[in-house]
Design a protein around this ligand. Structure first.
Ligand code: CA
Length: 221
């Protein structure tokens, strides 16, 4: 799941990015409001972690512009303890949640999972498609009741396919959600992960739609 982190503080940004990657998110990090606006216009994100005090364009202004443009991406704002009015303004401007600095990285990850889940209209944290169960918080998968060991990328790929069950996802869409900017990616990387998933689960669970991409049927055969 791809997130945009908007934070100008180098140390904090480094820590948050590393923590979120550890929690299984794919994170693009920008350091000012204008870069964030551009990233959100060109990329597809499951959620945004937004610092309010930013160079060039403040977090609040960015948030207001996003919502005016009818961009509904879930946004969690990061605020300082003494800035209660910022939190109120942020929520009133369309933020979905906030955390006060300093915060716990596990709590940030949990809140982001909840935000993304709510934004997709899912009631329960566990994803289920046919006989596959995926728990995003525990980062565990079972198939027909048995645990399945997956690499971080395989897990991320399976999660995207389950979240979009019944819809075709192109290789480009999947690559964008699984890899960060500038990250080395082999041209056949997605095919290789799909191959491994089919082997570890069952071949019929991931359909290839020739020339388009991949599809996980809503009801598994
Ligand atoms: Ca700042």
């Amino acid at each position: 799941m791809r997130l945009l982190l908007v934070e100008d503080d180098k140390l904090l940004g480094d820590g948050v990015q590393a923590g979120l990657i550890q929690s299984g998110f794919n994170v693009d990090w920008v350091r000012d409001g204008v870069a964030a606006e551009l990233a959100l216009r060109t990329g597809e994100y499951a959620g945004v972690v937004l610092d309010l005090g930013l160079p060039r364009l403040s977090g609040l202004e960015l948030l207001e512009r996003l919502r005016r443009a009818n961009n509904k991406v879930p946004v969690l704002i990061l605020t300082a303890r003494d800035r209660v009015e910022d939190r109120i303004k942020g929520l009133d401007s369309g933020a979905d949640d906030y955390l006060v600095k300093p915060f716990d990285l596990h709590e940030l990850a949990a809140r982001l999972r909840a935000l993304v889940r709510r934004s997709r209209g899912e009631a329960t944290p566990t994803l289920r498609v046919g006989d596959i169960e995926l728990d995003p918080a525990a980062r565990s998968v079972t198939f027909r009741g048995r645990p399945v060991e997956l690499s971080a990328r395989e897990f991320a790929l399976l999660q995207e396919l389950m979240l979009n069950a019944g819809r075709v996802l192109s290789r480009e869409q999947l690559a964008q959600r699984l890899y960060a900017w500038g990250e080395e990616i082999e041209s056949n990387a997605i095919e290789v992960h799909v191959h491994h998933l089919r082997r570890k689960l069952a071949p019929e669970l991931l359909r290839t739609v020739r020339g388009v991409g991949y599809l996980m049927p809503r009801e598994t055969p």
